[in-house]
Design a protein around this ligand. Structure first.
Ligand SMILES: Nc1nc2c(c(=O)[nH]1)N[C@H]1C(S)=C(S)[C@@H](COP(=O)(O)OP(=O)(O)OC[C@H]3O[C@@H](n4cnc5c(N)ncnc54)[C@H](O)[C@@H]3O)O[C@H]1N2
Ligand code: MOO
Length: 400
């Protein structure tokens, strides 16, 4: 049996980030930046006005002073009008402040107020004195030229994309989302809405995995259900054109454990047991086509836990994310429970600001699929612990 950390290290070593591709920012929402984006220019690009008003020499702009308006500078104007003593320039928000000015007086701080006409007035009288550099947004005060606007590994949302556009870029390098195939195996599986005959159950693993894959930032490329038939599984695997495959069921030692029978020893795929409960039987490696294949045990809670411990970090790494792990917090156990030591217990739990308790009275039983619906986190109980007592400090992996 290997440890959780050993299996995770093997998985992550075989799932590097997907190659970067050039993409328009308009098509990049939700993708991960593959290369730092550097500001081509300072932001703001030039000293500009933060208000509609008048650019002035501050020394002239005392209360009651009347200034002669000698030019008009709207946003987008390339003009840099000269201003002699006692002169002002009408200026609009975002327009370049004349080099000669050292303050902007808002319209409201003049005798004319906001009753603005198309043509600039001949004179204005100051009613409120401006402070030094008032309403001048300085070149580079947000960020200087050559600085990193958005770092590689960042997920691109609206705020990051606007920073990239402001940095002067329209095409960027991003990682493609990993395309994932989900294959549920088991002759007992039927559609959720079907009526099960004896021995049959609703198929739920692919539902869990499709949602989990999407939430992890990857893309579901195919969802397939295969009976316990080696030939059927081989033909599904042959047709796959994906970045990763997740198979469930048939990973243990049973007579019809076809995933293990078909894949063990092909490519670099190995089946092993991992010291965790649930999720003990695990297969992983690259298929003959070089695609990472996760062969998870079929029990639904084993699937949920295996996804969190191994598949999610791997998919996030493939997607180019630097932050691949769930946050962990420490909470106080609000209940006591016993367990068989020897494997790390990974227990679906409910937690709040202070406490944590099992989501199910049945503990970490790998078949307790309904209890998963209540869980908001996984508690990690070390392999050598056989009893958690109320009041013990417990490590909790937060899922939201
Ligand atoms: N003799 C032994 N038996 C088992 C061992 C062992 O060490 N020795 N390990 C047990 C452990 S631990 C696990 S976990 C399971 C894993 O078995 P498999 O990966 O072969 O999974 P299956 O037998 O195919 O299925 C297990 C269970 O899960 C249900 N299932 C499967 N697929 C789905 C699905 N898509 N949706 C819903 N439910 C699913 C299936 O019906 C079974 O009840 O092996 C133990 N046995
Ligand atoms: O390891 Mo299995 O996943 O206990 O149920």
């Amino acid at each position: 049996m290997i440890t959780v950390d050993e299996h995770r290290a093997r998985v992550l070593a075989a799932a590097p980030p997907l190659p970067a591709i050039a993409q328009l920012i308009s098509d990049s929402t939700g993708l991960v930046l593959a290369e730092d984006v550097v500001n081509r220019w300072p932001v703001p690009l030039f000293d500009n006005s933060g208000m509609d008003g008048y650019a002035v020499h501050r020394a002239d702009a005392t209360v009651g002073a009347t200034l002669r308006v000698v030019a008009d500078v709207p946003a987008g104007s390339p003009e840099d009008p000269a201003m002699a003593a006692g002169e002002a320039v009408r200026i609009m928000t975002g327009a370049p402040v004349p080099t000669a000015a050292d303050a902007v007086v808002p319209l409201e701080h003049t005798d004319l107020g906001t009753a603005i006409s198309e043509a600039a007035p001949e004179t204005i009288t100051i009613t409120v004195e401006p402070k030094e550099h008032a309403h001048i947004r300085r070149t580079g005060e947000d960020t200087p030229a050559g600085s990193v606007a958005v770092a590689a590994g960042t997920v691109l949302g609206p705020w990051q994309l606007s920073a990239i556009a402001s940095a002067g870029h329209e095409t960027i390098l991003v990682h493609r989302k990993p395309r994932v195939a989900i294959i549920s195996t088991g002759s007992e599986l039927i559609d959720p809405s079907g009526t099960p005959e004896r021995g049959q159950i609703p198929e739920s693993n692919s539902v869990l995995l499709a949602a989990a894959v999407t939430q992890a930032g990857a893309e579901v490329a195919a969802v397939t259900r295969v009976p316990d038939d080696e030939h059927a599984l081989r033909s599904v695997l042959t047709g796959l054109d994906v970045d990763a495959a997740i198979l469930t069921g048939g990973a243990s030692v049973g007579a019809f454990d076809i995933v293990k029978a078909v894949l063990d020893g092909t490519g670099s795929i190995e089946f092993t047991t991992v010291a965790m409960q649930p999720g003990k039987p695990q297969g992983f490696g690259l298929t003959e086509f070089g695609v990472p294949a996760f062969c998870l045990p079929g029990n639904p809670v084993s699937v949920a836990v295996s996804f969190e411990m191994f598949v999610r970090p791997a998919l996030r790494q493939m997607a180019g994310l630097h932050d691949i792990d769930r946050p962990r917090v420490i909470r106080t156990a609000a209940a006591s429970w016993r367990r068989k030591p020897g494997r790390v217990q990974i227990l679906p739990v409910v937690f709040d600001d202070e406490t944590v308790r099992p989501a199910s009275r049945g503990g970490s039983g790998s078949h307790l699929v309904t209890s998963l619906a209540d869980a908001t986190a996984l508690a990690l109980i070390p392999a050598d612990v056989d009893h958690v007592s109320e009041g013990d400090r417990v490590t909790v992996m937060v899922l939201s």
